[in-house]
Design a protein around this ligand. Structure first.
Ligand code: FAD
Length: 366
């Protein structure tokens, strides 16, 4: 059996941030990432101003991600719409670009990374790999994100009776997207979900939906659902003129609103394994990055024994942003309250900026 003081499972934003912190401190560790090459994970790709601050602290500049800022938020429900400025500029990025940069930074800092191998199950702080090998660790940083690992899975009850799923299609760069979306993040609300749309570093559109399973079933397959939404919602329809025929990417059973409130000895749950903020808040990656850096710093100070107290503290820190985002998500996915939300946003834009601020992790000022 192999041994390492600190084992990081997963090399997304949470795992990469933890590896960067440990590597910079010269602390021995090992990161296991199941993909051999960096793909383009399903994600809305919206990086808030707070997430950009966290990335800057890691050494990644906003301009390395996308030179074009996102300055405003636009909300739609049926024919209603509202628009206002964001509290501060954000960016849209593909996960290919972000995850690639983060793992590059980790490697430059001297992180020990093994790719193309998955952790199949976890028992306490020992991981069994898909080739049958085992790695025993003093501290295990679980950063497998959207995917649960046997033995340390988030509770099935966290998904609720009508679980949410994520869908994503990429819209090719076009003059239509430039003109209609421009420097905005758009949220198109519909019965049972929402579609977010922003432009990535190459000018393409990232159309990412969170939708209840019941609404998905009623809509047929993912692409059919998106087409139907485009036919019934005029503003969304205008933006879908170049909708490709390629199948949409999908991820099932997203436990929006769940948080790991109780710590376990030696186990640091990071990112989506620590808490899942409803994606319309656009702060999941910020929480993932902050959790990785913060948990690794706690480990450097107190070793594996710091895990329980750290987890409880992180659950307290995410309570407000996740709670408020979950409340807004429930209002947004029901047509009557969604219309009310848009009318309220149009009448009182500062409230939108206030909610945008309250759904961030507490940070430095702002
Ligand atoms: C529809 C949708 C839209 C979203 N939009 C946004 C947005 O616009 N802005 C935002 O900030 N957040 C958004 N999010 C949330 C964001 O995607 C997540 O919060 C974030 O990716 C969590 O980062 P992570 O590092 O915890 O996990 P992930 O990003 O899921 O990374 C996990 C990593 O672990 C690896 N892995 C998984 N299992 C194993 C295993 N068994 N062994 C080894 N490696 C493994 C994976 O390959 C991956 O590289 C969205 C989420 C959804 C579902």
């Amino acid at each position: 059996m192999r041994r390492t003081p600190a084992l990081i499972v997963g090399g997304g934003p949470a795992g990469a941030a933890a590896a960067i912190t440990l590597a910079r401190a010269g602390a021995p560790h090992l990161l296991i990432e199941r993909t051999r090459e960096t793909g383009d994970m399903l994600c809305g790709g919206f990086l808030s101003w707070r997430t950009l601050e966290t990335l800057a602290a890691i050494g990644i500049d906003a301009d390395d991600l996308n030179r074009q800022p996102i300055n405003r938020i636009r909300l739609f429900a049926g024919s209603r719409h509202a628009e206002t400025r964001l509290p501060r500029p954000a960016r849209g990025v593909s996960r290919h670009r972000l995850d690639g940069l983060l793992l590059d930074r980790a490697a430059q800092a001297g992180a020990a990374i093994e790719r193309g191998i998955a952790v199949r199950s976890i028992e306490a702080t020992t991981a069994r790999l898909n080739d049958g090998a085992e790695i025993a660790a003093d501290a295990l940083f679980l950063a497998s994100g959207k995917h649960d690992v046997r033995g340390a899975a988030r509770p099935a009850s966290a998904r609720g009776d009508d679980p949410a799923m994520g869908l994503r299609v990429r819209l090719p760069p076009s003059a239509t997207l430039d003109r209609l979306v421009g420097d905005a993040i758009e949220l198109h609300l519909f019965d049972g979900g929402y579609a977010g749309l922003d432009r990535q570093e190459d000018g393409s559109g990232n159309l990412c939906l969170a939708v209840r399973r019941s609404a998905m079933r009623a809509g047929g397959d993912p692409l059919a659902l998106i087409r139907t939404l485009g036919e019934t919602a005029p503003h969304l329809g205008e933006r879908l003129v170049d909708l490709p025929d390629a199948p949409a990417d999908a991820v099932a059973n997203v436990p929006y609103g769940w948080r790991a409130t109780r710590g376990e000895p030696g186990l640091f749950r990071l990112g989506d394994q620590a808490g899942v903020i409803p994606s319309l808040a656009g702060e999941g990656m910020g929480i993932a990055l902050a959790s990785g850096s913060d948990a690794a710093a706690a480990y450097l100070r107190g070793g594996a024994a710091a895990a329980r107290a750290w987890q409880a503290g992180f659950a307290r820190a995410t309570r407000r942003p996740i709670g408020i985002a979950a409340f807004i998500w429930h209002l947004a996915e029901r047509p009557a309250t969604a219309r009310w939300l848009i009318d309220a946003a149009a009448a009182f834009p500062p409230a939108v900026r206030g909610i945008a601020r309250l759904t961030r992790l507490p940070g430095t000022g702002h």
